[in-house]
Design a protein around this ligand. Sequence first.
Ligand code: GLA
Length: 337
Amino acid sequence: MTVLARAPGRVNLIGEHTDYTGGLVLPMAIDRATTVEGERRGQVVRLRSLDEPVEVVIALDVDDPSIVEPPWGRYVAGVVKEMGTSQAPRGTGFVGTVTTTVPIGAGLSSSAALEVAVALALGFEGTALELAQLCQRAEQRASGVPCGIMDQLSSAAGVAGHLTLIDCHSLTVEPVALPTDVEVVVVHGHHRTLVGSPYADRVADCAMAEAQIGPLRLATVADTGTISDPTVRARARHVVSENERVRRFVDAIRADDLETSGQLMAASHRSMRDDYEITTAIIDDLVERLARLPGVFGVRMTGGGFGGCVVALSRPGAISEGWVMRPSAGARVVTNS
Ligand code: GLA
């Protein structure tokens, strides 16, 4: 029996570092995807990747995904582990090949695409949300990074032509049509990995803020002003104002008001730079340079930060570098015969 499963990467338009406090995010699944093709047989999961020199062999009863070698196998092992604990026992392995068109380490969720494609290839059964939750746990096990749900849910639940508005508290997903007269352009800044980045420190800062003023998703910017520690106060101000920017961005996009949408992206970048301190000098310079081009509505860093990519909303053809990304359908099993 040959199985072919495909899962897209994602780019986040706005709503950064808001998912792990139950806030709002607005990513889209992109037309770059990871494909896992092979057969369900044997007693291990054996995958080779066209982009990696060493193949991955994972025992079905793998204990600790975070120490698997080679490192790309940790995401596969995380999924195998989670499939073993939350899906009906299957007892069969998988032998196959991984290919991807998602740029790796660029902040476009290459790891989420791999996890979601592997889970589907191994025979995951359940809803898009359950698939995303399983893969989020797999990512946390593999990397040790306490990531939110955005990347995996964006990959699992994308709708062609639409952005994916996710309420990370209620876990509801609402597709928002992207106007057809704009382009989403992604330009690579520099390589990064969230493993070893201060991502976990930001998660801890938010927990400290919530200990003082309650859930950030319910707080106002005025509430954050009462936080005593200036760093924690700034982190909370980013999260609360970013949730508000997502709401206003969705309204603006629905009204085809691209000027306002772009201004909100610029404000999001400033907030990530000054309050959340997750941008880098190279990324800030890139954002400023692209924002000056005629026909560009807004530019911001996208993804976990500390490097990676920037995303721009622009008139078609306004930016002559990077990748034009089209909002695409979510993950699926393409063939199972
Ligand atoms: C990474 C995480 C996501 C999210 C973003 C920041 O991509 O995996 O859960 O927190 O960073 O918005």
